[in-house]
Design a protein around this ligand. Structure first.
Ligand code: HEM
Length: 501
């Protein structure tokens, strides 16, 4: 053996020993720190049913070995152990909930404004102190200030941009109406939802191309799936895995910075010191971000958060709705009848009044989000002990709310597997228990952009439906979805079109 070969083998052995020592020292230190909390949690955990844990890993080994099936395992355990079961993610106790009353207690209580340190650390790798991943006083500050531009009375400000982008999609789809081939409608919807977010929230002028948006969307998707999977790793193994993924994360971060770079390039964060600007009532999100209350880092974090939150959810919900309507022609006809009644075959833009009259389309959108909840799992961590049913659950416990299980409960949604917009008729909505339907979550950490999203979904879907008839050759059961933090269709959103006479 040459000296250099001997030397590199020696270094490898040395590196391995250092690695094992760090593993051991960190494990012991972390173990000691967690011990007291852990034994209390262990006692409470024994009150719940759940899969059998193994030393150190708890139940996380299954999740680590089969990351593509995490969501399915969570759902399978719900069927096996009931509406409240326990999981050990390493040393961390998690309770998975699929009971409406428990979900309501957790989501609306002020004890649960934290999504937990793991969520904060993992999603915060890119979104930092953005409203979505932040916690504590810093979250409270941003939530209080940044919910203002989303108030219902201000949404009329965004309608022109939403109409403009909807018209663009309708025009771009024209060649597809003369071609019976299937195509993925999300390629068209995605660029529009991204440009709507950039224009309405940040006042950006320059739209992005389909290609640029595609890269942004893929990066956001990869980051979200990776973060969701890592939520189910014990802390130490997660930290080690992340050490090796630094370069990849920097690459994703770089792509997701795109809207921020555009904001800087177009000078949108520059403060114009005139009194009128300070007093202006109809301010956009970017105007609130100009305030000295936010540091430069915080401004960047918010722009990254709202560009993803404001567009990537909508591309999926709109594309899914179009796909579902392409499958169910009778329901599509009923929506179109409603639109005919509102617009009288006039191809004018949509107004706030029109949106308020789209009752049946709203039922369809709600039913799509029931069967395909965009955020299938909601995470919350208790700051104090909490009473759920007959149990007191200790502070620090993580709760995972299993939204698909709630949305498929036959007591609240008869024939839950059937796509039926009547699940959201006015009478049914009146008797729906709080906590049983959670597409936008509820409580202090619900979706800040809920009303904005409903406006955009109605404007874009109605513009396309007024012009085209949608077709599909698949059935609802053929739609295969991947569940992670955000639900998405595995095979895209393939439809074909014909022009309405
Ligand atoms: C169909 C579209 C949308 C759906 C289904 C949706 C769903 C949700 C859900 C379920 C949550 C709670 C997440 C959790 O508890 O971890 C949430 C939070 C949030 N959403 Fe949305 N969302 C949509 C559109 C939007 C839009 C358009 C915006 C902004 C323009 C937005 C911004 C946010 C933000 C900032 C949060 C974090 C709020 C906080 O933690 O205080 N979302 N969304």
């Amino acid at each position: 053996m040459k000296f250099t070969e001997y030397f590199s083998l020696f270094s490898l052995v040395q590196a391995f020993c250092v690695f094992i020592s760090i593993f051991f020292v960190y494990g012991t230190y972390d173990g000691k720190k967690q011990n007291e909390k852990h034994s209390r949690h262990k006692w409470y955990a024994s009150l719940f049913d759940g899969p059998k844990p193994v030393p150190y890993f708890g139940n996380s080994l299954n999740f680590i070995l089969h990351p593509e099936s995490i969501a399915l395992m969570l759902m399978f355990y719900t069927q096996k152990y009931g509406s409240k079961y326990r999981l050990w993610i390493g040393q961390k106790l998690s309770i998975v909930i699929s009971d409406a009353s428990d979900a309501k207690t957790i989501l609306i209580g002020n004890k649960f404004t934290s999504k937990g340190d793991d969520f904060h650390d993992l999603f915060g790798r890119v979104f930092k102190t953005g409203t979505f991943s932040d916690q504590g006083e810093s979250w409270k500050k941003s939530r209080k200030i940044l919910q203002q531009p989303f108030k219902s009375i201000l949404l009329h400000n965004y309608i022109d941009t939403m109409n403009e982008e909807a018209r663009k999609i309708v025009k771009e789809l024209q060649p597809k109406a003369h071609n019976p081939e299937m195509f993925d409608v999300s390629d068209f919807v995605g660029t529009a939802t991204f440009n709507i977010a950039c224009k309405t929230l940040f006042d950006l002028k320059e739209p992005v191309s389909k290609e640029t948006h595609y890269i942004f969307r893929k990066a956001a998707e990869e980051f979200e799936t990776d973060s969701f999977n890592l939520m189910f790793y014990p802390k130490l193994i997660r930290n080690i895995k992340q050490l090796f993924a630094k370069k990849k994360l920097n690459h994703i971060f770089n792509i997701m910075e795109l809207p921020y770079r555009k904001v800087i390039l177009e000078g949108k964060l520059k403060v114009k010191r005139d009194k009128k600007n300070d007093e202006q009532v109809d301010k956009k999100l970017i105007d609130y971000l100009k305030s000295d209350v936010f540091s430069d880092e915080e401004k960047k974090a918010q722009i990254m958060t709202y560009s993803v939150g404001g567009s990537e959810t909508l591309v999926i919900s709109i594309s899914l709705t179009l796909l579902i309507l392409a499958i169910y022609h009778e329901i599509q006809d009923k929506v179109v009848d409603e639109l005919k009644h509102i617009f009288n075959d006039d191809d004018r833009d949509t107004t706030v009044d029109d949106i308020k009259q789209m009752h049946y389309l709203e039922q369809v959108l709600k039913e799509v989000m029931r069967l395909f909840p965009l955020a299938p799992f909601l995470f919350r961590t208790a700051k104090e002990d909490v009473i759920l049913g007959n149990h007191t659950i200790p502070s620090g416990t993580e709760f995972i709310i299993n939204v698909p299980a709630l949305h498929n409960n036959p007591t609240n949604f008869p024939n839950p597997d059937t796509f039926d917009p009547e699940h959201f008729s006015a009478e049914r909505c009146r008797v729906l228990p709080k906590g049983s339907y959670l597409p936008f979550a509820i409580g202090p950490r619900n979706c800040i952009g809920k009303a904005f999203a409903m406006y955009e979904m109605k404007i874009v879907c109605s513009a396309i439906l007024r012009k085209y008839r949608l077709h599909s050759i698949i059935t609802k059961e053929d739609i295969k979805v991947k569940y992670s933090f955000v639900l998405d269709s595995i095979e895209g959103y393939n439809i074909s079109l014909s022009e309405r006479k």
